[in-house]
Design a protein around this ligand. Structure first.
Ligand code: GDP
Ligand code: IMO
Ligand code: MG
Length: 449
Protein backbone atom coordinates (compact mmCIF):
# COMPACT_ATOMS: atom_id res chain seq x y z
CA UNK A 1 0.00 0.00 0.00
CA UNK A 2 1.15 3.51 -0.80
CA UNK A 3 2.51 4.70 2.51
CA UNK A 4 1.29 8.24 1.98
CA UNK A 5 -2.21 6.83 1.85
CA UNK A 6 -1.89 5.12 5.21
CA UNK A 7 -4.03 6.99 7.61
CA UNK A 8 -1.69 7.07 10.58
CA UNK A 9 1.23 8.42 8.63
CA UNK A 10 -0.83 11.43 7.74
CA UNK A 11 -1.21 12.59 11.33
CA UNK A 12 2.20 13.80 12.45
CA UNK A 13 1.68 14.83 15.98
CA UNK A 14 -0.93 15.33 18.57
CA UNK A 15 -1.03 17.71 21.47
CA UNK A 16 -4.49 17.20 22.81
CA UNK A 17 -6.95 14.93 24.55
CA UNK A 18 -9.92 14.09 22.41
CA UNK A 19 -13.37 12.73 23.20
CA UNK A 20 -14.87 10.53 20.48
CA UNK A 21 -18.53 9.78 21.04
CA UNK A 22 -21.71 8.82 19.23
CA UNK A 23 -23.93 11.69 18.12
CA UNK A 24 -26.92 9.56 17.05
CA UNK A 25 -28.48 6.40 18.56
CA UNK A 26 -25.30 4.31 18.89
CA UNK A 27 -23.47 2.05 16.42
CA UNK A 28 -22.20 5.05 14.49
CA UNK A 29 -18.82 3.40 13.90
CA UNK A 30 -17.07 4.67 17.05
CA UNK A 31 -14.94 1.51 17.25
CA UNK A 32 -13.48 2.03 13.79
CA UNK A 33 -12.75 5.71 14.40
CA UNK A 34 -11.22 5.17 17.85
CA UNK A 35 -9.00 2.35 16.57
CA UNK A 36 -7.90 4.49 13.66
CA UNK A 37 -6.89 7.45 15.81
CA UNK A 38 -5.33 5.37 18.60
CA UNK A 39 -1.71 5.40 17.35
CA UNK A 40 -1.57 9.14 18.10
CA UNK A 41 -2.62 8.70 21.74
CA UNK A 42 -0.97 7.18 24.79
CA UNK A 43 -4.17 6.16 26.58
CA UNK A 44 -7.70 5.25 25.48
CA UNK A 45 -10.34 5.44 28.21
CA UNK A 46 -13.95 4.24 28.35
CA UNK A 47 -16.10 6.41 30.64
CA UNK A 48 -19.59 4.83 30.70
CA UNK A 49 -21.76 1.94 29.58
CA UNK A 50 -20.74 -1.67 29.80
CA UNK A 51 -20.82 -4.73 27.58
CA UNK A 52 -24.03 -3.46 26.01
CA UNK A 53 -21.57 -1.72 23.66
CA UNK A 54 -20.33 -3.52 20.58
CA UNK A 55 -17.53 -1.63 18.85
CA UNK A 56 -16.41 -3.31 15.65
CA UNK A 57 -12.90 -2.97 14.28
CA UNK A 58 -11.62 -4.66 11.11
CA UNK A 59 -7.89 -5.13 10.72
CA UNK A 60 -6.80 -6.73 7.46
CA UNK A 61 -10.03 -8.69 7.21
CA UNK A 62 -10.06 -9.87 10.83
CA UNK A 63 -13.08 -8.68 12.78
CA UNK A 64 -12.81 -7.67 16.43
CA UNK A 65 -15.84 -6.64 18.51
CA UNK A 66 -14.85 -4.69 21.64
CA UNK A 67 -17.52 -4.54 24.32
CA UNK A 68 -16.00 -3.41 27.61
CA UNK A 69 -12.40 -3.00 26.60
CA UNK A 70 -11.52 0.28 24.85
CA UNK A 71 -11.16 0.03 21.08
CA UNK A 72 -7.53 1.17 21.36
CA UNK A 73 -6.47 -2.24 22.68
CA UNK A 74 -5.46 -3.58 19.25
CA UNK A 75 -2.44 -1.26 19.22
CA UNK A 76 0.20 -2.92 21.43
CA UNK A 77 1.88 0.16 22.93
CA UNK A 78 -1.32 1.83 24.08
CA UNK A 79 -2.72 1.79 27.62
CA UNK A 80 -6.47 1.17 27.96
CA UNK A 81 -8.55 2.24 30.90
CA UNK A 82 -12.06 1.39 32.11
CA UNK A 83 -13.35 4.27 34.23
CA UNK A 84 -15.57 4.41 37.30
CA UNK A 85 -18.55 5.35 35.13
CA UNK A 86 -18.48 1.96 33.42
CA UNK A 87 -20.42 -1.02 34.82
CA UNK A 88 -18.20 -4.09 34.63
CA UNK A 89 -19.39 -7.66 34.28
CA UNK A 90 -16.18 -9.44 35.30
CA UNK A 91 -17.14 -12.59 33.40
CA UNK A 92 -17.73 -10.61 30.23
CA UNK A 93 -14.46 -8.74 30.79
CA UNK A 94 -12.39 -11.90 31.00
CA UNK A 95 -14.24 -13.53 28.09
CA UNK A 96 -13.11 -10.52 26.07
CA UNK A 97 -9.56 -10.64 27.40
CA UNK A 98 -9.35 -14.35 26.49
CA UNK A 99 -10.77 -13.80 23.03
CA UNK A 100 -8.20 -11.07 22.37
CA UNK A 101 -5.44 -13.39 23.61
CA UNK A 102 -6.57 -16.06 21.13
CA UNK A 103 -6.06 -13.44 18.42
CA UNK A 104 -2.58 -12.62 19.67
CA UNK A 105 -3.49 -9.43 21.58
CA UNK A 106 -2.10 -9.35 25.12
CA UNK A 107 -3.60 -6.94 27.63
CA UNK A 108 -1.33 -7.63 30.61
CA UNK A 109 0.14 -4.44 32.03
CA UNK A 110 -1.86 -2.17 29.74
CA UNK A 111 -5.49 -2.69 30.70
CA UNK A 112 -6.66 -1.03 33.92
CA UNK A 113 -10.01 -0.84 35.68
CA UNK A 114 -11.15 1.79 38.17
CA UNK A 115 -11.61 0.63 41.75
CA UNK A 116 -14.77 2.76 41.76
CA UNK A 117 -16.41 0.99 38.79
CA UNK A 118 -19.55 -0.92 39.75
CA UNK A 119 -19.90 -4.62 39.04
CA UNK A 120 -22.68 -6.30 37.09
CA UNK A 121 -23.62 -9.45 38.99
CA UNK A 122 -25.75 -12.40 37.81
CA UNK A 123 -28.93 -11.04 39.43
CA UNK A 124 -28.65 -7.85 37.40
CA UNK A 125 -29.10 -9.83 34.21
CA UNK A 126 -32.19 -11.58 35.66
CA UNK A 127 -33.64 -8.25 36.76
CA UNK A 128 -33.06 -6.74 33.33
CA UNK A 129 -35.10 -9.54 31.73
CA UNK A 130 -37.78 -9.31 34.40
CA UNK A 131 -38.12 -5.57 34.07
CA UNK A 132 -38.51 -5.85 30.30
CA UNK A 133 -41.11 -8.61 30.65
CA UNK A 134 -43.06 -6.50 33.16
CA UNK A 135 -43.08 -3.49 30.86
CA UNK A 136 -44.76 -5.59 28.16
CA UNK A 137 -45.53 -3.40 25.16
CA UNK A 138 -43.65 -0.50 26.73
CA UNK A 139 -40.39 -2.45 26.86
CA UNK A 140 -37.15 -0.59 26.16
CA UNK A 141 -35.60 -3.32 24.04
CA UNK A 142 -32.47 -3.51 26.20
CA UNK A 143 -29.45 -5.65 25.41
CA UNK A 144 -30.38 -7.73 28.53
CA UNK A 145 -26.85 -7.45 29.88
CA UNK A 146 -27.96 -6.19 33.31
CA UNK A 147 -26.79 -2.65 32.59
CA UNK A 148 -29.84 -0.77 33.92
CA UNK A 149 -30.18 -2.77 37.16
CA UNK A 150 -26.45 -2.37 37.90
CA UNK A 151 -26.72 1.42 37.53
CA UNK A 152 -29.89 1.32 39.67
CA UNK A 153 -27.90 -0.28 42.48
CA UNK A 154 -25.14 2.29 42.06
CA UNK A 155 -27.56 5.19 42.45
CA UNK A 156 -29.33 3.45 45.35
CA UNK A 157 -25.92 3.13 47.06
CA UNK A 158 -26.05 -0.61 47.44
CA UNK A 159 -23.83 -1.55 44.48
CA UNK A 160 -20.71 -3.71 44.64
CA UNK A 161 -17.62 -1.93 43.35
CA UNK A 162 -14.40 -3.33 41.93
CA UNK A 163 -12.51 -2.01 44.97
CA UNK A 164 -14.85 -3.92 47.31
CA UNK A 165 -13.19 -7.15 46.20
CA UNK A 166 -10.36 -6.16 48.54
CA UNK A 167 -12.66 -6.13 51.57
CA UNK A 168 -13.79 -9.75 52.07
CA UNK A 169 -16.09 -9.05 55.03
CA UNK A 170 -17.86 -6.07 53.51
CA UNK A 171 -18.15 -7.91 50.20
CA UNK A 172 -19.75 -10.93 51.83
CA UNK A 173 -22.33 -8.84 53.62
CA UNK A 174 -23.15 -6.74 50.57
CA UNK A 175 -23.50 -9.75 48.26
CA UNK A 176 -25.62 -11.64 50.79
CA UNK A 177 -27.97 -8.70 51.37
CA UNK A 178 -28.32 -8.04 47.67
CA UNK A 179 -28.96 -11.65 46.63
CA UNK A 180 -31.49 -12.23 49.41
CA UNK A 181 -33.35 -9.03 48.48
CA UNK A 182 -33.31 -9.93 44.77
CA UNK A 183 -34.61 -13.43 45.40
CA UNK A 184 -37.64 -11.79 46.98
CA UNK A 185 -38.13 -9.61 43.91
CA UNK A 186 -37.70 -12.38 41.35
CA UNK A 187 -40.31 -14.84 42.61
CA UNK A 188 -38.97 -18.12 41.33
CA UNK A 189 -35.32 -17.20 41.94
CA UNK A 190 -33.33 -19.38 44.29
CA UNK A 191 -29.97 -17.82 43.60
CA UNK A 192 -27.48 -18.72 46.34
CA UNK A 193 -25.46 -15.84 47.67
CA UNK A 194 -22.57 -18.17 48.55
CA UNK A 195 -22.27 -19.21 44.91
CA UNK A 196 -22.34 -15.58 43.70
CA UNK A 197 -19.72 -14.64 46.27
CA UNK A 198 -17.49 -17.60 45.41
CA UNK A 199 -17.52 -16.76 41.73
CA UNK A 200 -16.82 -13.13 42.49
CA UNK A 201 -13.85 -13.95 44.71
CA UNK A 202 -12.38 -16.08 41.95
CA UNK A 203 -12.81 -13.38 39.32
CA UNK A 204 -11.58 -10.79 41.84
CA UNK A 205 -8.23 -12.53 42.13
CA UNK A 206 -7.78 -12.26 38.39
CA UNK A 207 -8.97 -8.67 38.33
CA UNK A 208 -6.68 -7.47 41.13
CA UNK A 209 -3.58 -6.61 39.07
CA UNK A 210 -5.69 -4.41 36.81
CA UNK A 211 -7.31 -2.30 39.54
CA UNK A 212 -6.23 1.35 39.77
CA UNK A 213 -7.26 4.75 41.04
CA UNK A 214 -8.01 5.81 37.47
CA UNK A 215 -8.53 9.50 38.19
CA UNK A 216 -5.05 9.70 39.72
CA UNK A 217 -3.54 7.57 36.98
CA UNK A 218 -4.91 9.91 34.28
CA UNK A 219 -3.85 13.03 36.18
CA UNK A 220 -0.28 11.71 36.43
CA UNK A 221 -0.27 10.72 32.77
CA UNK A 222 -1.42 14.19 31.73
CA UNK A 223 1.17 15.82 33.97
CA UNK A 224 3.79 13.73 32.16
CA UNK A 225 2.58 15.09 28.81
CA UNK A 226 0.65 12.01 27.70
CA UNK A 227 -2.48 12.29 25.56
CA UNK A 228 -5.79 10.58 26.16
CA UNK A 229 -8.67 9.63 23.91
CA UNK A 230 -12.02 9.35 25.71
CA UNK A 231 -14.17 6.70 24.03
CA UNK A 232 -17.93 6.94 24.33
CA UNK A 233 -20.30 4.01 24.13
CA UNK A 234 -23.91 4.17 22.88
CA UNK A 235 -24.89 7.60 21.57
CA UNK A 236 -26.19 11.01 22.60
CA UNK A 237 -29.83 10.11 21.93
CA UNK A 238 -29.47 7.08 24.21
CA UNK A 239 -28.10 9.24 27.05
CA UNK A 240 -30.03 8.78 30.31
CA UNK A 241 -30.54 12.56 30.67
CA UNK A 242 -30.36 13.95 27.15
CA UNK A 243 -31.68 11.02 25.13
CA UNK A 244 -35.19 9.93 24.21
CA UNK A 245 -36.11 8.91 27.79
CA UNK A 246 -37.25 6.32 28.79
CA UNK A 247 -36.00 4.62 25.60
CA UNK A 248 -32.38 5.16 26.53
CA UNK A 249 -29.52 3.40 28.25
CA UNK A 250 -28.76 4.07 31.92
CA UNK A 251 -25.61 6.19 31.64
CA UNK A 252 -24.39 9.54 30.31
CA UNK A 253 -23.14 8.66 26.87
CA UNK A 254 -22.76 12.33 26.01
CA UNK A 255 -19.81 14.53 26.93
CA UNK A 256 -20.66 15.10 30.61
CA UNK A 257 -20.00 11.40 31.21
CA UNK A 258 -16.28 11.91 30.54
CA UNK A 259 -15.74 14.00 33.67
CA UNK A 260 -17.94 11.98 36.00
CA UNK A 261 -16.94 8.63 34.53
CA UNK A 262 -13.18 9.10 34.78
CA UNK A 263 -12.58 11.75 37.41
CA UNK A 264 -11.05 14.35 35.06
CA UNK A 265 -11.84 18.04 34.87
CA UNK A 266 -13.59 19.62 31.87
CA UNK A 267 -10.39 21.31 30.68
CA UNK A 268 -8.82 17.87 30.22
CA UNK A 269 -11.08 17.55 27.17
CA UNK A 270 -9.44 19.57 24.42
CA UNK A 271 -11.70 18.52 21.58
CA UNK A 272 -14.91 16.61 20.93
CA UNK A 273 -15.52 14.54 17.82
CA UNK A 274 -19.01 13.26 17.14
CA UNK A 275 -19.26 10.07 15.14
CA UNK A 276 -22.28 10.00 12.81
CA UNK A 277 -23.45 7.61 10.15
CA UNK A 278 -24.32 9.06 6.75
CA UNK A 279 -27.84 7.82 7.52
CA UNK A 280 -29.58 6.85 10.79
CA UNK A 281 -30.03 3.60 12.71
CA UNK A 282 -31.44 2.56 16.05
CA UNK A 283 -31.71 -0.78 17.89
CA UNK A 284 -34.47 -1.32 20.42
CA UNK A 285 -37.64 0.68 20.98
CA UNK A 286 -38.36 4.41 21.00
CA UNK A 287 -39.04 7.16 18.48
CA UNK A 288 -36.97 7.39 15.30
CA UNK A 289 -38.43 10.14 13.12
CA UNK A 290 -36.70 9.23 9.85
CA UNK A 291 -37.29 5.47 10.12
CA UNK A 292 -38.05 3.79 6.80
CA UNK A 293 -40.40 0.81 6.89
CA UNK A 294 -40.14 0.23 3.16
CA UNK A 295 -37.72 -1.33 0.68
CA UNK A 296 -35.29 1.58 1.12
CA UNK A 297 -35.03 0.80 4.84
CA UNK A 298 -34.23 -2.80 3.98
CA UNK A 299 -31.72 -1.65 1.34
CA UNK A 300 -29.83 0.39 3.97
CA UNK A 301 -29.97 -2.54 6.42
CA UNK A 302 -28.59 -4.96 3.82
CA UNK A 303 -25.89 -2.71 2.35
CA UNK A 304 -24.85 -1.41 5.76
CA UNK A 305 -25.06 -4.87 7.37
CA UNK A 306 -27.18 -3.25 10.05
CA UNK A 307 -27.50 -6.07 12.52
CA UNK A 308 -26.52 -5.51 16.16
CA UNK A 309 -22.90 -6.33 17.05
CA UNK A 310 -24.05 -7.49 20.53
CA UNK A 311 -27.49 -9.03 20.10
CA UNK A 312 -27.66 -9.62 16.34
CA UNK A 313 -30.98 -7.75 16.23
CA UNK A 314 -31.82 -6.02 12.93
CA UNK A 315 -31.25 -2.28 13.31
CA UNK A 316 -34.01 0.12 12.37
CA UNK A 317 -32.78 2.27 9.46
CA UNK A 318 -33.68 5.68 8.08
CA UNK A 319 -32.35 8.78 6.35
CA UNK A 320 -29.85 11.18 7.92
CA UNK A 321 -31.57 13.26 10.57
CA UNK A 322 -29.86 16.64 10.83
CA UNK A 323 -32.27 17.81 13.55
CA UNK A 324 -31.06 14.98 15.80
CA UNK A 325 -27.39 15.56 14.92
CA UNK A 326 -27.68 19.31 15.55
CA UNK A 327 -28.98 18.41 18.98
CA UNK A 328 -25.91 16.19 19.46
CA UNK A 329 -23.72 19.10 18.37
CA UNK A 330 -25.34 21.30 21.03
CA UNK A 331 -25.37 18.83 23.92
CA UNK A 332 -21.76 17.76 23.37
CA UNK A 333 -20.26 20.97 22.01
CA UNK A 334 -18.94 19.01 19.03
CA UNK A 335 -15.91 20.45 17.26
CA UNK A 336 -16.10 18.15 14.27
CA UNK A 337 -17.87 15.11 12.90
CA UNK A 338 -16.47 11.76 11.82
CA UNK A 339 -18.88 10.75 9.06
CA UNK A 340 -19.05 6.98 8.56
CA UNK A 341 -20.56 4.50 6.12
CA UNK A 342 -20.66 6.83 3.11
CA UNK A 343 -20.10 3.77 0.89
CA UNK A 344 -23.42 2.28 2.03
CA UNK A 345 -25.17 5.02 0.04
CA UNK A 346 -23.31 4.13 -3.20
CA UNK A 347 -25.61 3.47 -6.14
CA UNK A 348 -28.74 5.14 -4.77
CA UNK A 349 -30.55 7.34 -7.26
CA UNK A 350 -31.65 9.90 -4.71
CA UNK A 351 -30.94 10.63 -1.06
CA UNK A 352 -32.96 12.43 1.55
CA UNK A 353 -31.72 14.57 4.41
CA UNK A 354 -34.13 15.49 7.19
CA UNK A 355 -33.62 19.18 7.95
CA UNK A 356 -36.68 19.90 10.13
CA UNK A 357 -39.72 18.20 11.66
CA UNK A 358 -43.35 18.87 10.97
CA UNK A 359 -45.34 18.68 14.21
CA UNK A 360 -49.05 19.22 13.60
CA UNK A 361 -49.22 22.55 11.78
CA UNK A 362 -45.78 23.72 12.94
CA UNK A 363 -42.34 23.20 11.42
CA UNK A 364 -39.60 22.92 14.03
CA UNK A 365 -35.86 22.87 13.63
CA UNK A 366 -34.87 22.05 17.22
CA UNK A 367 -35.05 18.49 18.54
CA UNK A 368 -38.11 18.37 20.84
CA UNK A 369 -37.42 17.96 24.53
CA UNK A 370 -40.74 16.15 24.94
CA UNK A 371 -40.72 12.56 23.73
CA UNK A 372 -44.47 12.60 23.02
CA UNK A 373 -43.94 15.53 20.69
CA UNK A 374 -40.97 13.79 19.08
CA UNK A 375 -43.04 10.67 18.45
CA UNK A 376 -45.64 12.79 16.65
CA UNK A 377 -43.07 14.51 14.41
CA UNK A 378 -42.81 13.86 10.70
CA UNK A 379 -39.52 14.59 8.94
CA UNK A 380 -39.18 17.40 6.43
CA UNK A 381 -36.83 16.17 3.71
CA UNK A 382 -34.54 17.71 1.20
CA UNK A 383 -33.75 15.53 -1.81
CA UNK A 384 -30.24 15.25 -3.23
CA UNK A 385 -29.00 13.33 -6.24
CA UNK A 386 -27.08 10.09 -5.60
CA UNK A 387 -23.89 8.82 -7.25
CA UNK A 388 -22.95 5.77 -9.26
CA UNK A 389 -19.18 5.81 -8.98
CA UNK A 390 -18.46 3.93 -5.74
CA UNK A 391 -17.04 5.78 -2.76
CA UNK A 392 -16.04 2.46 -1.18
CA UNK A 393 -12.40 2.52 -0.21
CA UNK A 394 -11.84 6.11 -1.38
CA UNK A 395 -9.09 7.75 0.70
CA UNK A 396 -8.86 11.28 -0.73
CA UNK A 397 -11.68 13.78 -0.65
CA UNK A 398 -10.93 14.88 -4.20
CA UNK A 399 -11.48 11.31 -5.43
CA UNK A 400 -15.10 11.26 -4.29
CA UNK A 401 -17.82 11.55 -6.94
CA UNK A 402 -19.13 15.12 -7.21
CA UNK A 403 -22.58 14.21 -5.86
CA UNK A 404 -21.03 12.52 -2.82
CA UNK A 405 -19.09 15.74 -2.14
CA UNK A 406 -22.34 17.68 -2.50
CA UNK A 407 -24.11 15.33 -0.09
CA UNK A 408 -21.35 15.78 2.50
CA UNK A 409 -21.31 19.56 2.05
CA UNK A 410 -25.07 19.81 2.56
CA UNK A 411 -24.99 17.40 5.49
CA UNK A 412 -22.30 19.52 7.15
CA UNK A 413 -24.23 22.71 6.50
CA UNK A 414 -27.46 21.45 8.05
CA UNK A 415 -25.66 19.69 10.93
CA UNK A 416 -23.70 22.80 11.89
CA UNK A 417 -20.20 21.25 12.02
CA UNK A 418 -17.84 19.96 9.34
CA UNK A 419 -16.61 16.38 8.98
CA UNK A 420 -12.91 15.99 9.78
CA UNK A 421 -13.00 12.31 8.84
CA UNK A 422 -15.08 10.52 6.23
CA UNK A 423 -15.17 6.75 6.43
CA UNK A 424 -15.67 4.78 3.22
CA UNK A 425 -15.35 1.20 4.46
CA UNK A 426 -14.93 -0.83 7.61
CA UNK A 427 -11.16 -1.31 7.26
CA UNK A 428 -8.85 1.08 9.11
CA UNK A 429 -7.40 2.81 6.09
CA UNK A 430 -10.65 3.23 4.19
CA UNK A 431 -10.87 6.73 5.57
CA UNK A 432 -10.57 10.25 4.25
CA UNK A 433 -8.68 12.64 6.49
CA UNK A 434 -9.57 16.28 5.89
CA UNK A 435 -6.54 18.19 7.04
CA UNK A 436 -8.16 21.58 6.46
CA UNK A 437 -11.09 20.73 8.72
CA UNK A 438 -8.79 19.27 11.38
CA UNK A 439 -6.59 22.36 11.31
CA UNK A 440 -9.59 24.66 11.66
CA UNK A 441 -11.59 22.69 14.22
CA UNK A 442 -9.10 20.51 16.13
CA UNK A 443 -5.79 22.36 15.88
CA UNK A 444 -4.11 19.92 18.27
CA UNK A 445 -3.76 17.51 15.35
CA UNK A 446 -0.78 18.28 13.15
CA UNK A 447 -1.13 16.60 9.78
CA UNK A 448 1.09 16.14 6.75
CA UNK A 449 -1.59 17.30 4.34
P1 GDP B 1 -19.97 1.38 17.18
O1 GDP B 1 -20.78 0.70 18.21
O2 GDP B 1 -20.25 2.84 17.09
O3 GDP B 1 -18.49 1.11 17.32
O4 GDP B 1 -20.42 0.77 15.78
P2 GDP B 1 -20.67 -0.79 15.45
O5 GDP B 1 -19.38 -1.49 15.40
O6 GDP B 1 -21.73 -1.34 16.35
O7 GDP B 1 -21.37 -0.68 14.04
C1 GDP B 1 -20.72 -0.06 12.97
C2 GDP B 1 -20.58 -1.10 11.83
O8 GDP B 1 -20.24 -0.43 10.65
C3 GDP B 1 -19.45 -2.08 12.07
O9 GDP B 1 -19.79 -3.31 11.50
C4 GDP B 1 -18.27 -1.46 11.33
O10 GDP B 1 -17.33 -2.43 10.88
C5 GDP B 1 -18.99 -0.85 10.16
N1 GDP B 1 -18.37 0.36 9.59
C6 GDP B 1 -17.75 1.38 10.23
N2 GDP B 1 -17.40 2.34 9.34
C7 GDP B 1 -17.83 1.90 8.13
C8 GDP B 1 -17.81 2.46 6.82
O11 GDP B 1 -17.35 3.57 6.59
N3 GDP B 1 -18.36 1.71 5.83
C9 GDP B 1 -18.92 0.49 6.04
N4 GDP B 1 -19.44 -0.16 5.02
N5 GDP B 1 -18.94 -0.07 7.27
C10 GDP B 1 -18.43 0.64 8.29
P1 IMO C 1 -22.65 0.96 21.01
O1 IMO C 1 -21.62 1.42 22.01
C1 IMO C 1 -26.87 0.86 19.99
C2 IMO C 1 -29.70 0.40 23.27
C3 IMO C 1 -30.50 -0.89 23.41
C4 IMO C 1 -31.77 -0.36 24.02
C5 IMO C 1 -31.27 0.74 24.96
C6 IMO C 1 -31.10 0.29 26.42
O2 IMO C 1 -22.29 -0.27 20.30
O3 IMO C 1 -23.07 2.08 20.13
P2 IMO C 1 -29.35 -1.25 27.67
O4 IMO C 1 -29.00 -2.70 27.49
O5 IMO C 1 -28.20 -0.33 27.52
O6 IMO C 1 -30.12 -1.00 28.93
O7 IMO C 1 -30.39 -0.94 26.48
O8 IMO C 1 -30.01 1.14 24.45
N1 IMO C 1 -28.23 0.22 23.22
C7 IMO C 1 -27.50 0.42 22.12
N2 IMO C 1 -27.87 0.71 20.87
N3 IMO C 1 -25.56 0.77 20.30
C8 IMO C 1 -25.17 0.50 21.56
O9 IMO C 1 -23.89 0.54 21.95
C9 IMO C 1 -26.17 0.28 22.53
N4 IMO C 1 -26.13 -0.03 23.85
C10 IMO C 1 -27.41 -0.05 24.26
O10 IMO C 1 -30.71 -1.49 22.15
O11 IMO C 1 -32.55 0.26 23.05
MG1 MG D 1 -22.13 -0.91 18.39
Amino acid sequence: MDDMMRFESRILDLTMNLAVLGAQWGDEGKGKIVDLLTPRFDIVARYQGGHNAGHTVYVNGTKFVLRLIPSGILHPGVVCVIGNGVVVDPQALFAEVDELARNGIQVDGRLFVSDKAHLILPYHRDLDLLSEARRGERKIGTTSRGIGPAYEDKIARRGVRVGDLNDPKGLEQNVRDNVVARNRLVHDSTMEWEAVLGQLQELGTRLKPMVRDVSLMLAEAMAAGKSIMFEGAQGTLLDIDHGTYPYVTSSNASIGGVCTGLGVGPRAINGVMGVVKAYTTRVGEGPLPTELHDAMGQRLRDSGNEYGAVTGRPRRCGWYDAVAVRYGVRVNGLDALALTKMDVLDGLEELQICTAYRCGDRTITEFPSDIGQLAACVPVYETLPGWNTPTKGVRRFDDLPENAKRYIARLEQVSGVPAALVSTGSERDDTILRADVLAARLPGFKTTL
